[in-house]
Write a protein that binds this ligand. Structure first.
Ligand code: BG6
Ligand code: MG
Length: 218
């Protein structure tokens, strides 16, 4: 089975940029308006999961009808889009620009695998739309992470086997998705500690040569 690394696939929120705060403020505003208790700690459970699953987790067992659910998700997204107006290339996480350049320099293909339906707009604001050879987002597949589907879809677009690609993720659901698909994994931040093949506290700590020496053919 070919296992030389040929591609890197990146999650977006928490890996390329930190939009978690914007997601939090948007869910928080909705929750406040609807009288639902919602804390920063609660928001951690929303990291990396789809908009629909985020709503379910925010509701914590409360039940609402489908029409209300759709209306609330639309409202949350409107609040989120307003925050995106603040996003600029300066919001790339430290280390990201260099890592993408280094990977490109040694001929690796680059993909994005994000649960977000706003991934394209976020990349545009970060001036990174052209940095990726394949862009998988919240519209690409039906089954969200931790299903393997999104990363497999991106690998297909990059024309690499999962064993030839490394997934960078900050969320437990994302690492699980990548591992289930047979991808190598780099975990970023506290939520992925102990779950990935290689782990760093932040993207600024990532050393590409070190990662490549630990995965694939090494
Ligand atoms: C993920 C975020 O990238 O995208 C989640 O980590 C978010 O917090 C999910 O819920 C869906 O995003 P969006 O932009 O489609 O609502
Ligand atoms: Mg993430």
């Amino acid at each position: 089975m070919p296992s030389g690394i040929r591609a890197l696939i990146f999650d977006l929120d928490g890996v390329i940029t930190d939009t978690a705060e914007f997601h939090y403020r948007s869910w928080k505003r909705l929750a406040d308006e609807e009288g639902i208790p919602f804390t920063r700690e609660d928001n951690e459970a929303l990291r990396g999961v789809s908009r629909r699953e985020s709503l379910n987790r925010m509701l914590k067992g409360r039940s609402i009808d489908e029409e209300t659910a759709q209306a609330w998700m639309t409202r949350k997204n409107e609040y989120y889009l307003a925050h995106l107006d603040e996003l600029t290339p300066a919001h790339r996480l430290p280390g990201v620009t260099r890592l993408l350049e280094d990977a490109r320099h040694i001929g690796l293909r680059l993909g994005l695998g994000s649960a977000s339906k706003n991934a394209r707009s976020v990349l545009e604001k970060l001036a990174l739309l052209d940095a990726f050879d394949a862009l998988g987002d919240g519209f690409s597949v039906v089954n969200p992470k931790p299903a393997v589907d999104l990363f497999v879809w991106v690998a297909g677009r990059l024309a690499v086997y999962p064993q030839q690609a490394i997934v960078f993720e900050d969320a437990e659901a994302g690492i699980e998705a990548a591992r289930n698909g047979g991808f190598w994994t780099v975990g970023i931040g506290t939520a992925t500690r102990g779950l990935a093949d290689v782990h760093y506290d932040t993207m600024a700590d990532v050393k590409l040569a070190e990662v490549l020496s630990k995965v694939g053919d090494g």
